[in-house]
Design a protein around this ligand. Structure first.
Ligand code: PLP
Length: 376
């Protein structure tokens, strides 16, 4: 295959080489074990970037959500409200604990959890005799949720928020970083996220007991004793010091990554502004998205599929927007408060290649592929 036609991925990793400095440091100091200066410094970097007071770096974003639920005391048969329009990893940990996910649909502006529907769901669950124990609030594709409204509702009913900000490092609402609004916030450093450690996650909180507890549980819940002593079930969820080294290197370029992804969005929007069959989701005032993925909403399922398949033929990866959790076979039997928004997004929405290492040539190839369909 010629270089002209090289595969364009949706959101590939983007390393600089600088990461190796910290990885080498881990080797040189023999801190290969899951402890050491990279872990501590990566946590400090995340705190200073987000303004969160405390951080525990972990094996994955999913592990962070799992620990967040345990820390907030979620138990078997407890109900946990969760955004329906998300990746399954937001909801799976609820089921690890045999708790019950209760899904809440989206609003049209940000695609995130609809505040009105959230309140409807809370009232209805309470009326049914079971007050939800937590809210897993997901900020999707980098876009912040309507925080004033949602935080108000959570406060009104005193239900803690776990912010799934897996893809939202670098996004903010009225100047405050996503992940820092809830009792607990989580980030992911999976290979497709805005920055990566190949695999990894973080749990942040202004409550030090929570992050301490996360670190404790993530390292097999060892009590303080010369021998191995355990009073509760532990997990092997800590991030390794080698991977934290990659994270330190990536933190140095996080702002560049946000800039590049936002530039992708602006490029697509400008290049496709005359295409009447598609729309872009604008940032409402006070919302700042890292534009992890640029998404477009088409006029029909048919147009969406034509675009996706045409791009695929051009060796360009695109993907339908999330299939909502309430439509997933695995979650079909759980309660859901639905307004049709996320199902419509799933039917008509497409995620475009959004990597921070896309070249102008790549972006033009995507635009040409889209125009080929829409101008026909
Ligand atoms: C990636 C992602 C996760 C899971 O993070 P991992 O680090 O892959 O476990 C959870 N929620 C959302 C919204 C994500 O995008």
């Amino acid at each position: 295959m010629t270089n002209q036609n090289k595969k364009i991925y949706l959101s590939p990793p983007h390393l600089t080489g600088e990461e190796q400095k910290y990885v080498k440091e881990a080797f040189d100091t023999n801190w290969i074990a899951p402890l050491g200066t990279n872990v501590t410094n990566f946590e400090k970097d995340i705190c200073s970037y987000t303004g969160s007071k405390n951080c525990s770096v972990l094996a994955s974003g999913t592990a962070a959500i799992h620990l967040a639920l345990i820390i907030l005391g979620i138990q078997e048969n407890d109900e946990v409200l969760c955004s329906s329009f998300t990746f399954s990893a937001s909801a799976n940990p609820i089921c690890y604990l045999k708790a019950i996910p209760v899904f809440v649909d989206s609003e049209k502006e940000t695609f995130n959890m609809c505040p009105e529907l959230l309140e409807t769901a809370i009232k209805d669950r309470i009326a049914k005799g079971k007050k939800p124990k937590a809210i897993i609030l997901v900020h999707i594709y980098g876009m912040p949720s309507k925080m004033d409204e949602i935080v108000n509702i959570a406060n009104k009913y005193t239900i803690p928020i776990i912010e799934d900000a897996a893809s939202c490092l670098g996004s903010s609402y009225k100047g405050k970083a996503m992940g820092t609004f809830g009792e607990i916030g989580i980030y992911s450093f999976n290979g497709n996220k805005i920055i990566t450690t190949s695999g990894g996650g973080a749990l942040v909180s202004d409550t030090k007991e929570y992050t301490d507890k996360a670190t404790f549980l993530a390292t097999q819940a060892r009590d303080n004793a010369p021998h191995y002593q355990h009073a509760q079930i532990g997990y092997n969820y800590r991030m390794s010091n080698v991977l934290a080294g990659i994270g330190r290197g990536q933190m140095e370029v996080l702002n560049d990554r946000v800039k590049a992804r936002r530039a992708n969005y602006n490029f697509y929007k400008e290049a496709l502004k005359d295409m009447e069959q598609i729309t872009f989701n604008e940032e409402p005032k006070g919302f700042y998205s890292n534009r992890w993925l640029t998404t477009i909403l088409t006029d029909s399922y048919q147009t969406r599929e034509k675009l996706r398949l045409t791009l695929e033929k051009e060796n360009i990866e695109s993907r339908p927007m999330w299939k909502p959790m309430h439509l997933q076979p695995v979650f079909a039997n759980f309660p859901a408060y639905v307004n049709g928004v996320s199902e419509d997004l799933f039917n008509r929405g497409l995620c475009l290649p959004s990597g921070s290492n896309l070249t102008e040539h790549d972006l033009n190839r995507v635009v040409e592929g889209i125009k080929k369909v829409l101008l026909n």
